[in-house]
Design a protein around this ligand. Structure first.
Ligand code: NAD
Length: 430
């Protein structure tokens, strides 16, 4: 690699010790702004969400008691297009978390060049303790309370933790009942029968697998490339099954919440699928040797795909990681401290911002069809999405090489730069 022309001064971790998700998101964005040489006024604008809404969500429980939940919707940016992002139901969700997630969506959509800004929402509740009826009332009342700021051209909602097609259908229906019209373009990730996209379900995993292929080619990893997959849900299982069909790859380790399996010669993916579908989980699969769940992260392999939850690769286990490459299927699987350890060890990390963007890219197609009233014909969606990811990967790799920064910083810088360029083109009101 050539000596970068604008190598930034050696930056110790920009991420504050003990900071929460919002502190981390702001620190990373500020670091990207420094790489781009942006003035402090622009940095401050970019790290201030455009609109943050906190709403009361009172509902009548099945017991007859009235209980008030708290909900949030944050629109970090609408510069490039309507805000876009999921809604999570979780007992610990805070406004600061939602702000961080909304900001990340802005940079992700800009990086992969889809005309969306960034948004996120949440309701502080524990779905495990609520009936379906109670969940429906929470979802509909939440949708009603945030209705003044959402809509197909303002803010488009999607599933996130503990929400799915069912909740999206309720939101769509609530919106349509109040506003008239079909309401479909207000949400993505809705059931196929009401305009959802068949290809959305596998899109994120397909995009992650595409990144694995690209980075393996770029680094010239010897074939077959040994892959370990941490988390065997929607994303992880798709990655394993797609790469498992390619003779250039072999899935040697996999885990889910129940435990892990390892076979240096390659796991039997049909056996894994059967065990997961039967509810036994990966631990119950009759293939390979049993491995502790977290040991899959440090198992011998060439490429590690963390595809479960955030914060699993830490300063404590990063020195034990054997993979030469990490492709982040999950959001935020690598802590900032782990990032430093991995960078020093020469491990290439393909960041979540890029690697798991297949879902939002495909959601864009769902939204665009709804806006135009087109029937859902999504046979070409996957290839369109893969091409988008390949282009973004190339841009990030080039930026990283030219500036001497990590792929993570490069991806963030490209996202931030596109939003700044759009701001510049539009000017500042008034
Ligand atoms: P999922 O619920 O379908 O699967 C999660 C899997 O992780 C399950 O197999 C679960 O058993 C396993 N798991 C949970 N805790 C674990 C642990 N500590 N160690 C190992 N495995 C564990 O979820 P998903 O939709 O596949 O999403 C996975 C990750 O990808 C999440 O971080 C999510 O935010 C991110 N993501 C998903 C999408 C999408 O389209 N589904 C898009 C972008 C990002």
């Amino acid at each position: 690699m050539n000596e970068p022309a604008h190598k930034p001064k050696s930056t110790p971790s920009p991420v504050p010790e003990g900071g929460d998700a919002w502190d981390v998101a702001v620190a990373r964005t500020e670091a990207a702004c420094r790489v781009l040489g942006l003035p402090s006024g622009i940095t401050a604008m970019l790290t201030t969400p455009r609109r943050s809404l906190e709403v009361a969500v009172p509902i009548r429980l099945d017991s007859g008691e009235v209980k008030t939940f708290v909900g949030f919707r944050v629109q970090h940016s609408t510069t490039v297009g309507p805000a876009k992002g999921g809604v999570r139901f979780h007992p610990d969700v805070t406004l600061r978390d939602v702000k961080a997630l909304a900001m990340t969506m802005t940079w992700k959509c800009a990086l992969v060049e889809i005309p969306f800004g960034g948004g996120k929402g949440g309701v502080r509740c524990d779905p495990a303790r609520l009936s379906v009826g109670e969940l429906e009332r929470i979802t509909r009342r939440y949708a009603h309370e945030i209705m003044p700021v959402i809509g197909p051209e303002r803010d488009v909602l999607a599933p996130d933790m503990n929400t799915g097609e069912r909740e999206m259908a309720w939101i769509m229906d609530t919106y349509a009942t109040a506003r008239g019209g079909a309401g479909g373009a207000t949400v993505t990730g809705k059931p196929v029968i009401v305009g959802g996209s068949e290809s959305r379900r596998s899109a994120t995993g397909l995009g992650v697998a595409e990144c694995v292929r690209m980075v393996a080619d770029d680094l010239g990893l010897p074939r077959p490339v040994r892959v370990a997959v941490g988390g065997y849900g929607n994303v992880g299982r798709t990655v394993a099954e797609v790469l498992g069909e390619d003779p250039g790859f072999v899935v040697v380790a996999a885990s889910d919440v129940t435990g892990g399996r390892y076979d240096p010669a390659g796991l039997d993916l049909a056996a894994l699928a059967e065990a997961v579908d039967d509810g036994e989980g990966v631990a119950g699969a009759g293939t390979g040797a049993a491995l502790r769940r977290d040991d899959v992260l440090t198992a011998p392999c060439d490429v590690l795909v963390p595809a479960a939850i955030g914060g699993v690769i830490t300063a404590a286990n990063a020195p034990e990681v054997k993979a030469k490459v990490i492709v982040e299927g999950a959001n935020g699987p690598t802590t900032a401290a782990a990032d430093e350890v991995l960078e020093a060890a020469g491990v290439t990390v393909v960041p979540d911002l890029l690697a798991n963007s297949g879902g939002v890219i495909t959601s864009y197609l769902e939204w665009a069809r709804d806006m135009r009233g087109l029937a859902a014909v999504d046979s070409n969606d996957a290839e369109w999405m893969r091409a988008r990811i390949r282009r973004s990967y190339r841009s990030a790799a080039t930026f990283a090489a030219e500036r001497g920064v990590s792929l993570r910083q490069a991806a963030l810088c490209l996202g931030v730069k596109r939003v700044v360029d759009a701001h510049t083109a539009r000017g500042l009101y008034p």
